[in-house]
Every structure is written in structure tokens, then in C-alpha cells.
Design a protein. Structure first.
Length: 110
């Protein structure tokens, strides 16, 4: 994470039970970078933003927080977003196992 990155939000990974989060849980560590992928054609939420580790979808940005990142990605500014694992707690209920941080890069070149 860049020293000039700005905090946007932190949250528990949504929908992990339905995707491949459990398959990669042992690989996730604090600081691991994740990829954000907007899903404007998602039938449940047009602002859905999936979170990937490597090539595996592990869950989503919670619906209450996804509008801004979805719009930034949609309008070609997704490169200013940074998504990282903050905490991994395998002993917790699956909904609380992975805590994510979302940041806006302060040094992105435009």
C-alpha cells in the first residue's frame, strides 16, 4: 500500500460461502492484494463488485459499500483502488473469516 493511499472502507468479505473463499483461505494473509471486478450485469445488484484472489472469485464488496467502487471501475478509474486483506480468522463463522480494506491510491498517475 502506498504511503499516500487513503482509507475508504473496511468490511467482512460478503458471499464467501457461495464462492471459492474457503479454497484459498489458508493462502490469504494480512497485506495480500486482491482484485476488484465490477459486475454491471449481475442480476441481483448492478453495482456488484466481485473480489478475486489470483483467478478465484472469493466474494463481494458488501452491497452497502459497493456503489462508489463500482462507479470508479465502470468509468475507467479502477486503477486508483487498492483492495487488501486486513485480517484472516479461520476459527470465526464463515461470514467473519476475512476482513478486507479498501483504499484509494494517492499517487495514481492520470
Amino acid at each position: 500500500m502506498s504511503e499516500r493511499s487513503r482509507y475508504m472502507a473496511d468490511f467482512n468479505l460478503a458471499g464467501m460461502r457461495y464462492w471459492d473463499g474457503a479454497l484459498v483461505l489458508s493462502e490469504l494473509k494480512p497485506g495480500v492484494e486482491l482484485q476488484l471486478v465490477a459486475e454491471p450485469d449481475n442480476p441481483v445488484d448492478a453495482d456488484a463488485v466481485a473480489i478475486y484472489y489470483s483467478d478465484k472469485k472469493i466474494g463481494y464488496v458488501p452491497q452497502a459499500l459497493n456503489e462508489l467502487p463500482a462507479q470508479l471501475i465502470h468509468f475507467g478509474h479502477g486503477d486508483i483502488l487498492e483492495c487488501r486483506v486486513l485480517k484472516v480468522a479461520p476459527e470465526e463463522d464463515i461470514w467473519n473469516q476475512v476482513h478486507i480494506g479498501l483504499y484509494m491510491k494517492g499517487d495514481a498517475k492520470r
